[in-house]
Unconditional design. Structure first.
Length: 140
């Protein structure tokens, strides 16, 4: 038997992680980011990064071909996925565990430039980076 933490540790060993500071720098340079928030919809509604698309980890693989960066092309799913894989893809969750597992899964699908954001939204908020909508305890 393995715990969820053991699975996450194994995933982290085989993926690429990035920091929230590196993500913020990427977002500053890319007005149409390829950022997927893999948290549940209720978590996403409370607070998320502008431009992020919400595909919960449980449906991520099935929703990828619908990503706004490729959905408008009207291409078949395989072509849309290939187009999405042409540029870096960032994944974020609450603390970095779900995004690590999601990154591992996307690598198995053939994505080579997929990054899990270490520390997730917890680190993003701790660094005081902008979110939409503002968390309840901020902006008062």
């Amino acid at each position: 038997m393995k715990t969820s933490q053991q699975l996450i540790a194994e995933a982290r060993a085989g993926i690429r992680e990035t920091t929230v500071a590196d993500l913020a720098a990427y977002l500053a340079q890319h007005p149409q980011p390829r950022l997927i928030d893999v948290r549940e919809p209720a978590e996403f509604a409370q607070c998320h990064i502008a431009g992020a698309v919400n595909y919960p980890r449980g449906v991520l693989e099935m929703q990828l071909a619908n990503h706004p960066a490729v959905a408008a092309s009207g291409c078949a799913a395989e072509v849309a996925l290939a187009q999405l894989a042409e540029a870096p893809l960032y994944l974020i969750c609450r603390s970095g565990g779900r995004s690590a597992l999601a990154a591992e899964s996307l690598q198995r699908m053939g994505f080579t430039e997929v990054f899990s954001v270490a520390g997730g939204m917890q680190d993003w908020l701790a660094a005081n980076f902008a979110t939409q909508p503002l968390p309840q305890n901020q902006g008062e």
